[in-house]
Design a protein around this ligand. Structure first.
Ligand SMILES: [Zn+2]
Ligand SMILES: [Zn+2]
Length: 449
C-alpha cells in the first residue's frame, strides 16, 4: 500500500536541529518560518536531495553520468519518498531558453531516452537509418539459406556526371575485374567510355560468393573490402531473386548521402550548438523587422514620415534624398499615402532595389554627392544596423520594430533537423514535449523500443 506520509527522522543538514516530521503525501504542503530557519534546507537539501539521489541511483552507470547526483543528506531516515523534481524560485525566469521541461530537468531524462533508444531517420527523405558493423552484415547474410548466391558490391559513385576515368583506372590497377555501371555489370578488361555529361552510378564488384558455413571468413573479408572502398557501405545483390540489400556501417543515408551525428544527449539539447537549430540558435523563434511596425500608420505618406524608424525627417536629409531618388526612378510620389503606393514602390522602399542601381544626388550646404548605387531597403538596413551596433541602447531602440515569428527552419522545435529526425515510436523529442504529462504517461510505455 502507498504510504500516507513522508516521514522525516533526525534531519540535521546545515542548521536543522534534528528535525522529525510527517508530511502528508499527495497534498500541497507549505513550509513556513523565519528567514534562516531552514525551510529550504529541509525542502531542497534534504527531501529533494534524497528523492533525486535514490532515483538516479536506480539508473545505469551510463545514465547517471548525465544527471547530476546529489550527496546523501544528513538525516537518520526518510520514508515514503518518491522520485523528486525541484522547481526553484528563480529570478532568471525570463530566459527564453527555459521551459517547464528544462526547469524541472524532466527534459534531461527525455534527452537521455532519445540518445539511448531513439531511432535515427534521414532528415531529408525520412528513411530509417541503421548502422551495422561488418560482423552484423556477415551475420545477416549467413542467415540466408545455404547455396544462395550473392554479389558483393561497393557503391562508389551515386548518379554523378562525368567520365570517371581515373576511378575506373584505379580499380583496374587494384585488381578488380568487374564493375556495375548504371545497373549493368561490365568487365574492367573492356574499354569503358562514359558520356561526360550523363549521370552514372558505379559500383565495383568485390566478390561473388555462395553462402555456406565455410565461406564465412571470405564473406567477412570481402564485406570489409567493400566497406573500406565505399566509405561505409556494402551493397548485396541476390541475383536469383533480383533483390538488393544495402548495409551501412555509418549512420548515413545512401540516397541522400546525409550522414547523421552520433546520438548523444547533447544532440537533443537546444542549449548546445550540437543540437540547436542553426537558424534560430535554439530559441525556436526568429526576430524580424516587421513591416507593420516599420510603417505603423500607412495613411501617412513618405514625406509625412510613414517610416517610423526615421521619425519625421525632412526629405532634405540624406535618407530623404535617397527616397526621393527612389521615387524618381520608380515613378511614385513621396506625397502618396504609403498604403496607396504600388506594390513595386513598397517593395523597393522596404526591401531594396536588389542589383538595380539608381541615380542619387545629395547636397547639403557645400557637400555634394552624386552616386549611381543600389538601395538596400529599410528592413535590411535595420537588420544590418542591429547586427553592427555595439550599443545596447540602439539595439533597444531598434527592437521596437521587431516582431517574433516561429523559426522557419524548425517551426519552433528548437532542434536541428538531424535531432528531430530521431524518433521513438512515431514521435521525435519535440512531439513528446508537446504532450501533457498525462498523455506522455499513457503513450510512452506503450511504445515498443
Ligand atoms: Zn535520405
Ligand atoms: Zn529554428
Amino acid at each position: 500500500m502507498e504510504p500516507k506520509y513522508i516521514s522525516i527522522r533526525g534531519a540535521r543538514m546545515h542548521n536543522l536541529k534534528n528535525i522529525s516530521a510527517d508530511l502528508p503525501r499527495n497534498k500541497l504542503v507549505l513550509l513556513t518560518g523565519l528567514s534562516g530557519s531552514g525551510k529550504s534546507t529541509l525542502a531542497f537539501d534534504t527531501l529533494y536531495a534524497e528523492g533525486q539521489r535514490r532515483y538516479v541511483e536506480s539508473l545505469s552507470t551510463y545514465a547517471r553520468q548525465f544527471l547530476g547526483q546529489m550527496d546523501k543528506p544528513d538525516v537518520d531516515s526518510l520514508e515514503g519518498l518518491s522520485p523528486a523534481v525541484s522547481i526553484e524560485q528563480r529570478t532568471t525566469s525570463r530566459n527564453p531558453r527555459s521551459t517547464v521541461g528544462t526547469i524541472t530537468e524532466i527534459y534531461d531524462h527525455l534527452r537521455l531516452l532519445f540518445a539511448r533508444a531513439g531511432r535515427p531517420h534521414c532528415p531529408d527523405c525520412g528513411k530509417e537509418i541503421r548502422s551495422q558493423s561488418i560482423e552484423d552484415m556477415v551475420n545477416a547474410l549467413s542467415l540466408q539459406p545455404e547455396g544462395t548466391k550473392v554479389i558483393l558490391l561497393a557503391p562508389l559513385v551515386d548518379g554523378k556526371k562525368g567520365e570517371h576515368r581515373d576511378l575506373l583506372e584505379n580499380l583496374r590497377k587494384e585488381g578488380f575485374v568487374r564493375v556495375r555501371i548504371n545497373g549493368e555489370i561490365k568487365s574492367l578488361d573492356e574499354d569503358i567510355t562514359l558520356l561526360k555529361n550523363k549521370r552514372h552510378t558505379i559500383e565495383v564488384v568485390v566478390d561473388r560468393i555462395v553462402i555456406k558455413p565455410e565461406a564465412e571468413q571470405r564473406l567477412a573479408d570481402s564485406a570489409s573490402t567493400a566497406v573500406k572502398l565505399s566509405g561505409g557501405f556494402l551493397l548485396v545483390n541476390f541475383p536469383s531473386e533480383n533483390q538488393e540489400t544495402l548495409f551501412s556501417e555509418k549512420a548515413a543515408c545512401i540516397e541522400c548521402g546525409r550522414s547523421l551525428p552520433d546520438l548523444t544527449t547533447q544532440l537533443f539539447s537546444f542549449n548546445n550548438p550540437k543540437g540547436a537549430c542553426p537558424e534560430c540558435t535554439g530559441l525556436g523563434v526568429k526576430q524580424f523587422f516587421d513591416p507593420q511596425l516599420v510603417v505603423p500608420d500607412p495613411d501617412l505618406s513618405l514625406s509625412q514620415g510613414a517610416l517610423a524608424p526615421w521619425g519625421y525627417r525632412s526629405l532634405d536629409s540624406y535618407i530623404g534624398q535617397m527616397i526621393k531618388a527612389l521615387a524618381a526612378h520608380y515613378k511614385f510620389s513621396v506625397d502618396t499615402p504609403f498604403q496607396k503606393l504600388s506594390a513595386k514602390a513598397k517593395e523597393v522602399v522596404l526591401y531594396g532595389t536588389g542589383t538595380e542601381e539608381i541615380m542619387f544626388r545629395y547636397q547639403k550646404e557645400r557637400r555634394r554627392l552624386t552616386a549611381q548605387t543600389s538601395f538596400e531597403g529599410i528592413l535590411p538596413q535595420l537588420a544590418r544596423r542591429y547586427q553592427e551596433t555595439s550599443s545596447a541602447m540602439v539595439r533597444e531602440e531598434l527592437s521596437e520594430f521587431m516582431n517574433e515569428q516561429p523559426c522557419p527552419s524548425c517551426q519552433g522545435a528548437r532542434l536541428k533537423p538531424e535531432a528531430l529526425a530521431v524518433r521513438i515510436g512515431p514521435w521525435n523529442i519535440f512531439d513528446l514535449t508537446l504532450m501533457s504529462i498525462d498523455r506522455l504517461l499513457l503513450e510512452l510505455p506503450a511504445i515498443s523500443f
